[in-house]
Write a protein that binds this ligand. Structure first.
Ligand SMILES: Cc1cc2nc3c(=O)[nH]c(=O)nc-3n(C[C@H](O)[C@H](O)[C@H](O)COP(=O)(O)OP(=O)(O)OC[C@H]3O[C@@H](n4cnc5c(N)ncnc54)[C@H](O)[C@@H]3O)c2cc1C
Ligand code: SF4
Ligand code: SF4
Ligand code: SF4
Length: 312
């Protein structure tokens, strides 16, 4: 039994042109500052937060889900330290979903200023002496604005762990177009993979807050225990088999099998099926150029006979 929780990482803001400037930090770095002794002194000059940095663009088309709530949480923490500090949050949409909406309301009540920008017009940050200046076109009016800032905070999103590709090849697990692991069925088997005995949770699956990760990890744990608690496992009888006389050892079936159930040992003259791993998906039957691969109970003659009977 394997639980895949390989995680994700912060999208590096340097890639987005803001990260090189002095006085520009990510929300995570701001959290470190807020934990320190000098927080009160450091955070008195105007602060501008920029949302959707690295998310919801061509290279990361998804919403990273945590950064709106994180910005509200940090803005409220600064307001608690020093209520006079001016904070502006520049956003495309505010996605403080569920009960996190409360943080958005509290931030508004605490005097945080919210300014919307368009997807094709991200704010520009420039160094203006010791200070920073953030220029933006405020939507929906289209008004040009320049904000002075002592600190610019980037709400950098989440991208998949770079090692996911290797892990997916090793365990033969599917990845989404964005590089996160893909569950067997979004509603019916949300923490399972199509391969038996492998489960997933957390950032390996998609961007999510820690409470959602914990809930999903508990679900994956229970699914794993349910499997381990069984004394015997019943394998599917409809598995593939190889006719050694027809097999040319081309290896196509080994390449295509999504469950790692095909073996072609070095020097072997025909491929073999690992019965306990085979899920009877039939991919090898379709791929085999010699009709050497067949599926028990669905052999070519049987399928042809069924089609003939249906057409008569
Ligand atoms: C920038 C950022 C800000 C966030 N802010 C918040 C927030 O404010 N509030 C909130 O609730 N949530 C926040 N989150 C989300 C929260 O951190 C995650 O939900 C949680 O950490 C996910 O836990 P995980 O175990 O799935 O992944 P991780 O915590 O990423 O752990 C995965 C672990 O697996 C290891 N690993 C990776 N590949 C392999 C491998 N091949 N073999 C062995 N080990 C491997 C990694 O090194 C890592 O230690 C934030 C996430 C990010 C990235
Ligand atoms: S959570 Fe908010 S800041 Fe983060 S990607 Fe989604 S909309 Fe953008
Ligand atoms: S039927 Fe599917 S799982 Fe079984 S060996 Fe063929 S490709 Fe692999
Ligand atoms: S694809 Fe067919 S011929 Fe090629 S190794 Fe597999 S069973 Fe043999």
């Amino acid at each position: 039994v394997v639980v895949v929780a390989s995680g994700g990482q912060e999208i590096r803001p340097k890639t987005y042109g803001y990260g090189e400037l002095r006085g520009v930090v990510t929300q995570r770095e701001l959290e470190e500052i807020l934990k320190g002794d000098h927080a009160q002194k450091t955070l008195t000059s105007p602060i501008v937060m920029i949302q959707c940095v690295g998310s919801r663009d061509a290279s990361h088309p998804y919403c990273s889900r945590i950064c709106c709530s994180q910005a509200m949480k940090n803005a409220l923490e600064i307001k608690r330290h020093s209520p006079e500090t001016e904070i502006a949050i520049l956003y495309r949409d505010i996605r403080t979903y569920g009960f996190r909406e409360r943080l958005y309301r509290e931030a508004r009540q605490a005097g945080v200023l919210f300014l919307e920008f368009g997807p094709d017009q991200p704010p520009q940050v420039i160094q203006a002496g010791e200070k920073l200046q953030v220029r933006l076109i405020v939507q929906p009016e289209g008004e040009e604005m320049a904000l002075e800032a002592g600190l610019v905070v980037l709400s950098a999103g989440i991208e998949p762990e770079p090692g996911n590709e290797n892990l997916s090849r090793l365990l033969k697990l599917p990845l989404s177009a964005e590089g996160f692991f893909l569950e067997a069925h979004v509603k019916l088997r949300p923490v399972d993979f199509a391969v038996d005995g492998i489960f997933l949770c957390g950032l390996a699956h998609s961007p999510r807050a820690i409470d959602e990760t914990i809930a999903q990890a508990q679900a994956a744990g229970v699914r794993a225990v349910a499997l381990l608690a069984k004394k015997e496992l019943t394998a599917t009888p409809i598995i593939a088999q190889v006719n050694p006389r027809l097999c040319s050892a081309c290896g196509l079936c080994v390449e295509i099998c999504p469950y790692g159930a095909r073996r072609l040992e070095p020097g072997a003259v025909y491929a073999q099926v690992v019965d306990v791993l085979c899920q009877g998906c039939g991919a090898c039957v379709v791929a085999c150029p010699n009709k050497a691969s067949q599926q028990k109970g669905f052999e070519f003659q049987q399928v042809s006979a069924m089609i003939d009977a249906a057409l008569q």
